[in-house]
Design a protein around this ligand. Structure first.
Ligand SMILES: Cc1cc2nc3c(=O)[nH]c(=O)nc-3n(C[C@H](O)[C@H](O)[C@H](O)COP(=O)(O)O)c2cc1C
Length: 368
């Protein structure tokens, strides 16, 4: 039974399976394997210099001539990045005071100045995407202006934007994107909005968000959030989506750049206890809970603007990863972590999901 959908025709891929361009997990090895296996692999662009991004793009091309994408965040707080010097000293002091609790636990020096400033990488990265004529520009946490979309279209680049509300789906469609990813609240990683919302906002589950988005826009919709196997892919198609985008499932693959402790925690977790935290980056994201997320929330300390929080805490995350300390590492994961029980190669994940989805479709066609 064929799994071909409009997404396959639009992008020239074999299966309607998209791997998220996950910051800190999706390097060129992962994206290349997914694309080689017939899905759409996406390379993370978050926090990467334009030279590094070009290297990643060329690495994918050295492995496969199949279509792939590059992901960027376009959050309003990153364009331009917020300036640490403009954060009130009392706020910065309260953040550092809480971070120093973790630093002491890990045996690293206390810090009491402002967080390091952030380079403005987005425009230079975007030029590389255009120059390299990457087949798909994937956007998280942002709405590309029509001029950016037009420049992509002039070079034959398809534009795919991820949203978490119907209103945002209409907004990105208006600006000309070719594909909309509807991200349900189960999803791992950051809530895809371009303005920071309260914790419970933009948190509609995939099962209800996807059909509403499908009914509200004319462009093809890809479902994201809580999908980790062939059953999930078929469910997405039943909701009117033309494919599924998966993050958490691909974190636990051999080619993912996620640390070993992160992958191990994913396998141990049953998905019942993910949490929403703003303590990693300043924006809401779904993660496995650990001492860092729990103690930060309990402290009542404020958080810094988008990604400045991560720059402030980076010494903690880097040390924790080096020490193999899951309690102070970033452990992004969605509720589908309860469906993830192994760490196979990424190509095997694509093939397995396609095989399972076909079996589900056959079973549905023959059962009453
Ligand atoms: C570890 C991790 C990192 C992520 N990083 C990004 C990112 O950099 N850009 C982006 O557009 N989405 C990112 N996402 C969100 C995914 O695109 C997607 O919405 C989500 O993974 C889908 O839900 P699932 O995790 O249940 O598969 C990330 C997700 C995870 C789990």
């Amino acid at each position: 039974m064929s799994l071909r959908t409009a997404l396959c025709d639009l992008l020239g891929i074999e299966y309607p399976i998209v791997q998220s361009g996950m910051g800190s997990a999706a390097g060129p090895e992962l994206a290349a394997e997914v694309s080689r296996a017939g899905g759409l692999g996406i390379v993370a662009g978050l926090g990467v210099t334009s030279d590094e991004l070009r290297k990643r793009i060329r690495h994918v091309r050295s492995v496969t001539d199949r279509p792939f994408g590059v992901n960027q965040w376009l959050h309003t707080e990153l364009r331009p990045p917020a300036d640490p010097a403009r954060v009130p000293p009392t706020t910065m002091g309260a953040v550092q005071q809480e971070l120093n609790v973790f630093r002491e636990r890990l045996g690293i020096p206390a810090v009491d100045g402002p967080a390091p400033g952030m380079p403005d990488l987005i425009d230079a990265e975007f030029e590389v995407i255009l120059e390299e004529r990457v087949p798909v520009w994937s956007i998280g946490l942002g709405n590309p202006v029509p001029a950016m979309v037009r420049r992509c279209h002039e070079r034959g680049i398809k534009v795919m934007a991820m949203v978490a509300t119907v209103e945002d789906a209409r907004a990105v469609e208006k600006n000309g994107v070719d594909i909309i990813v509807a991200q349900g609240g189960e999803a791992g990683g950051h809530r895809s909005t371009w303005i920071k919302q309260p914790r419970e906002a933009a948190n509609v589950a995939t099962l209800t968000l996807v059909p509403q988005v499908v009914d509200s826009v004319r462009v093809p919709v890809v479902a994201a959030g809580g999908i980790a196997d062939g059953r999930g892919l078929v469910a997405a198609l039943a909701l009117g989506a033309v494919g599924a985008l998966l993050g958490t499932r691909f974190v636990a693959t051999r080619e993912s750049m996620a640390s070993e402790v992160w992958k191990k925690r994913l396998l141990e977790s049953d998905g019942a206890h993910t949490t929403l935290t703003e303590a990693y980056t300043g924006l809401w994201a779904r993660s496995l809970p650990n001492r860092y997320t729990e103690d930060y929330a309990a402290s009542g300390a404020p958080v810094l603007p988008a990604l400045m929080q991560q720059r402030a805490a980076q010494d903690i995350f880097t040390t924790a990863a080096r020490q193999g300390d899951a309690e102070h590492s970033m452990l992004y994961a969605g509720q589908s972590t309860g469906l993830v029980h192994d760490v196979p190669g990424a190509a095997e994940v694509v093939e397995r999901i396609a095989r399972e989805a076909r079996a589900v479709l056959e079973r549905l066609a023959t059962s009453r």
